[in-house]
Design a protein around this ligand. Structure first.
Ligand code: NAD
Ligand code: TYD
Length: 354
């Protein structure tokens, strides 16, 4: 069995589904079910003994200690986090609580558990920490892409909290010998992506006839990776990554935000044209920029390609088409995640950005 934390969120639920489909074995899924956690993502595993769900906090040491002792996982994959930059600007406290203190408490329990293992169980155990390219800060147009050697220069409360967690993971390896692996991945997109993030928000707003809010000049660049490719990278690192190492994961798909939004509009124009025949692009609205907005992220993924033979399967064109099609087919999922709490967030964020 492996323990996956945050396995009811966007990437975590994709990972759990892929892991079980690939015959990876049973998963113990520990998730607090914050606004971003959604058990509906895992509905296809209902009644399946290979998925054990526990609602709880990675910072609850008593619970984590008990779960480790009872289930004896051979690995822990830590997805649990607060993950939305804009929310971290409005209310950084929960980011420190979960991403920094929560990761620390999880590490403490994992260290105690691992210390008590013996022989092959101890030798083979892994703690894989899922992190982000945002810890490296912002690039200018001419800078080379982030390698694992880049300095940490986080600029938002979100990226600073992830950077802190990465440092703790590193320190637990160097100080205590805990067999850790860290992945720093670029922006993901795909099914089950909560519609507060750029790509799902644009799809959902377009279909609802709402404005498509582009921050600033829309020329900020992100490097996009289809979520299934991120999951395969994590599986590969868990299987063959060198203990204590960091692996950057990315899709070689740098695109300015405005191009992403235009691509989504073009796909929707084809797949579900507006009743009036106009393009969804007419709904694009430029709004006030995000404070401290990082201009460009880009991942140099050559280390994981060279050492572990990993490569993404999807191009941006194939991945974004699949994603738009998924949202078109899952209007019921979107409707259900648009809870009261979500509507409140949208009202606060876009009232200020307008
Ligand atoms: P998400 O916000 O969709 O999901 C986070 C999950 O963690 C939710 O299910 C939530 O309920 C759970 N959670 C939050 N606090 C918790 C706590 N204290 N204890 C237990 N569970 C808790 O996030 P995501 O986009 O799936 O990201 C997953 C991980 O991948 C994060 O660590 C994030 O930093 C990292 N990451 C994300 C991206 C991206 O583009 N989304 C890119 C690179 C890395
Ligand atoms: P986001 O999906 O929040 O990911 P991150 O900030 O972690 O990269 O945003 C992706 C890019 O899209 C980022 O440059 C901010 C921008 N953006 C908008 O222009 N409008 C929006 O409504 C949102 C949510 C994001």
């Amino acid at each position: 069995m492996i323990l996956v934390s945050g396995g009811a969120g966007f990437i975590g639920s994709n990972f759990v589904l892929d892991w079980i489909a690939a015959g990876g074995g049973p998963v113990l899924n520990l998730d607090k079910l914050t606004y971003a956690g959604n058990l509906e993502n895992l509905r296809s595993l209902q009644g399946d003994a290979r998925h054990v769900f526990v609602q709880g906090d990675i910072g609850d040491q008593k619970l984590v200690g008990e779960l480790l002792a009872r289930h004896q996982p051979r690995a822990v994959v830590n997805f649990a986090a607060e993950s939305h930059v804009d929310r971290s600007i409005h209310a950084p406290g929960t980011f420190i609580e979960t991403n920094v203190v929560g990761t620390f408490r999880l590490l403490e329990e994992v260290r105690a558990y691992w210390s008590g293992l013996e022989g092959a169980a101890k030798q083979d155990f892994r703690f894989l920490h899922v992190s982000t390219d945002e810890v490296y800060g912002s690039l200018s147009a001419a800078d080379p892409a982030f390698t694992e050697q880049n300095k940490y220069e986080p600029n938002s409360p979100y990226s600073a909290s992830k950077a802190a967690s990465d440092h703790l993971v590193r320190a637990y390896h160097h100080t205590y010998g805990l067999p850790v692996l860290t992945t720093n991945c670029s922006n993901n997109y795909g099914p089950y992506h909560f519609p507060e993030k750029l790509i799902p928000l644009m799809i959902v707003n377009a279909l609802a006839g709402k404005p498509l809010p582009v921050y600033g000049d829309g020329q900020q660049i992100r490097d996009w990776l289809y979520v299934g490719d991120h999951c395969s990278a994590i599986r590969r690192v868990l299987q063959a990554g060198r203990v204590g190492e960091v692996y950057n994961v990315g899709g070689w798909n740098e695109k300015p935000n405005i191009e992403i939004v235009q691509t989504i509009c073009g796909l929707l124009d084809q797949l579900q044209p507006r009743a009036d025949g106009a393009s969804y692009a007419g709904q694009i609205t430029y709004v006030k920029d995000r404070p401290g907005h990082d201009r460009r992220y880009a991942i140099d993924a050559r280390k994981i390609e060279r050492e572990l033979g990993w490569k993404p399967q999807e191009t941006f064109d194939t991945g974004i088409r699949k994603t738009v099609q998924w949202y078109l087919a899952h209007g019921d999922w979107v409707q259900r995640v648009q809870s009261g709490a979500y509507r409140e967030w949208i009202a606060t964020q876009y009232a200020q950005a307008a």
